[in-house]
Design a protein around this ligand. Structure first.
Ligand code: PMV
Length: 319
């Protein structure tokens, strides 16, 4: 059966999560060790225009007509058709798979949609550019996350380190020295929409305190951007740990995330923080490459359910 497919990476947020929702900058990085894949199979024998979506990760096996109009999948499909001036998809089966754990801050929802949008463009004979993919994925992310900043769909659409600020042009970062991150999953999944709304409520009750924390996080993101462009992040890891402490003050860390941060520092990482929405999900630790396996081992010995070691290359270098 003829088929086409497209993939998309995962991501981590290096710094600035939550503050980015209030206009502060944040930095996100693609993670190539996890990914989503959408394959589209032409089904000429079945009813004209019949489209079935199969996504075993979320137990979905439905005809597109039976899926509500306002789900991320149906919104993405409608917007791709609109972008390409296509009124109807040819009969097909759309298979969506992802190795990205749900609710772990690794960008599973955005990644799945980016792979779907890319695959649909190819299927319809018009590969979509990154800007269009990103625009459509952002609309789908709004269904999943309520009021997302757009950082996840941006880093995954461009597959490059990105310095992101709402309503500002996207800045792809030129990193001077590559660095190594250990990503460790706390094993507790958490809904970003919940932690984001928790911060919103606490900020409403206490605007001065929260705006001060948000502005300090923004300063750290600007400083990390400067370090990435001019120096070594590994020698400036304490900036990540400072960011973690501010996220704790925002109320999005947990005792387990705090413990995993401490474990990484005890194992020789130069800095560590929760990454993403918090309330569970992952921490990241920056460390010398030769120490990464030790940090990962210690994290697993102290409760991480899985670890990923990833290298972010300098601009122009391959992983
Ligand atoms: O999708 P997550 O869990 O990596 O979190 C995204 C980052 C937040 O700043 C918490 C939310 C957002 O919309 O930017």
């Amino acid at each position: 059966m003829p088929s086409i497919y497209a993939t998309a990476t995962g991501k981590v947020i290096l710094c600035g999560e939550h503050a980015v929702v209030y206009g502060a900058p944040a930095i996100a990085l693609p993670v190539f060790q996890v990914s989503s894949k959408t394959s589209i199979f032409v089904k000429p024998a079945i009813v004209q225009g019949a489209v079935t979506i199969l996504a075993p990760n979320i137990q979905l096996n439905k005809k597109l007509d039976e899926i509500e109009a306002a789900t991320p999948y149906s919104v993405a499909i409608r917007l791709v058709k609109e972008a390409l001036g296509v009124s109807r998809l040819p009969s097909c089966e759309i298979h969506i798979h992802s190795s990205i754990p749900l609710g772990a801050g690794l960008g599973s929802s955005a990644s799945v949609i980016v792979s779907l949008v890319r695959a649909l463009g190819l299927f319809l004979g018009h590969p979509l550019d990154n800007e269009t993919v990103n625009r459509i994925a952002f609309e789908a992310e709004k269904i999943t996350h309520g009021k997302p900043s757009g950082i996840d769909n941006t880093v995954i659409s461009y597959e490059k380190p990105v310095f992101f600020q709402s309503n500002q042009p996207i800045q792809l970062l030129q990193i001077l020295h590559g660095f190594t991150l250990v990503i460790a999953d706390s094993g507790t999944s958490s809904l970003t929409v919940k932690t984001v709304s928790g911060v919103r409520k606490r900020r409403q009750a206490n605007p001065d305190v929260y705006d001060n924390i948000i502005s300090n996080i923004g300063e750290i993101s600007r400083e990390i951007k400067r370090v990435l462009q001019t120096a070594e992040l590994t020698s400036n890891g304490s900036l990540l740990t400072m960011n973690h402490n501010l996220l704790t003050q925002l109320g999005v860390s947990t005792p387990k995330l705090d413990a995993l941060v401490k474990t990484s520092l005890d194992a020789g990482a130069s800095g560590a923080k929760l990454s993403g929405g918090g309330g569970g999900g992952n921490i990241i630790a920056v460390t010398e490459p030769e120490n990464a396996a030790k940090v990962a081992r210690e994290l697993e010995a102290h409760g991480a359910v899985r670890t990923i070691i990833t290298t972010i290359p300098a601009a122009g270098e391959q992983v």
